[in-house]
Design a protein around this ligand. Structure first.
Ligand code: BTN
Length: 266
């Protein structure tokens, strides 16, 4: 283990390692501050970072989500974590890592919080109608093919609603728990390791579907420049959303973003 540079009473490498399953962490780095743990982890892969290298920051100055959006990452009250995944070391398709990370976070949140989390396809986790977690999986390839995927997880643990910036006040929230960030991190790491090495694709998708906030609901989305409206009817084994349009045509949405009533943002 190397480069442990930060610890707080509720966030320390020692506690995470004490709670992590064997082989679920190969190396752990905890930083007081970095631009983005995904960017930091990406740099580590250039130096040969192993599968299950974990990078956590107490705060991020340029935490980001999909479409280059910023991810609000205040000090002390969130878990900002990136886990390096090597395609050869996982048994699920790498394209399902966002889905696996979403299920891992929901298992942890359900274990340590009184409320039930739900996932807005594909990468947002909601609790009490507020987004409490975002997931960003970023892949890197070389001439040999896919080299690594970084599973980036940003969980609002105890950020108070008055401390979110104005544009997030009505939409973002935090989980309710007395559990330390170390325990939450170790539990998510353990669940992700189980889901990526011991769980079949169908089992993973079935659990993801059971956590879905969108299935059976009316959604709108844009595909190839056209706007569509329909009912989210399934999530297939590739993790794509299947939408039944008004005329009963089925449309498969592989990536992008859907809008669902008022939950269509961040
Ligand atoms: C989203 O909301 O679209 C995804 C947000 C992902 C945020 C996490 S925080 C840890 C890691 N570092 C980043 O810069 N992003 C991810």
């Amino acid at each position: 283990m190397s480069k442990i540079t930060f610890s707080a009473p509720d966030l320390s490498a020692t506690e995470i390692l004490r709670n992590a399953n064997k082989n679920a962490v190969s190396d752990i780095i905890i930083l007081e501050s970095t631009d983005s743990t995904n960017i930091f982890a990406k740099k580590l892969t250039a130096d040969g970072a192993l599968h299950n290298t974990v990078v956590i920051a107490n705060t991020q100055t340029a935490g980001h989500g999909r479409y280059g959006r910023s991810f609000f990452s205040p000090s002390d009250t969130g878990l900002y974590m990136s886990i390096v995944q090597k395609p050869d070391s996982i048994s699920i398709p790498p394209s399902l890592l966002t889905i696996a990370a979403g299920v891992a976070v929901c298992r942890t949140v359900s274990r340590f919080c009184p409320e039930t989390p739900q996932i807005k396809w594909v990468n947002d986790i909601f609790l009490n109608k507020r987004k409490v977690c975002g997931i960003l999986a970023e892949a890197g390839s070389s001439s040999q093919g896919l080299d690594y995927i970084i599973a980036g997880i940003g969980l609002n643990v105890s950020t108070k609603s008055e401390n979110f910036p104005k544009e997030l006040k009505e939409v973002a929230g935090s989980i309710t728990t007395q559990t330390s960030r170390s325990c939450l991190a170790a539990d998510i790491i353990n669940e992700l390791d189980i889901l990526t090495t011991q769980t079949g694709t169908k089992e993973l998708i079935d659990e993801y579907k059971s956590l879905s906030l969108v299935l059976g609901k009316e959604v709108t989305f844009c595909k190839n420049g056209t706007e569509y409206e329909g009912i989210a009817s399934d999530i297939n084994l590739e993790g794509s959303l299947v939408v039944t349009l008004r005329d009963k045509t089925l449309l498969t949405v592989r990536s992008g973003e859907i809008s669902l009533g008022s939950l269509n943002f961040i």
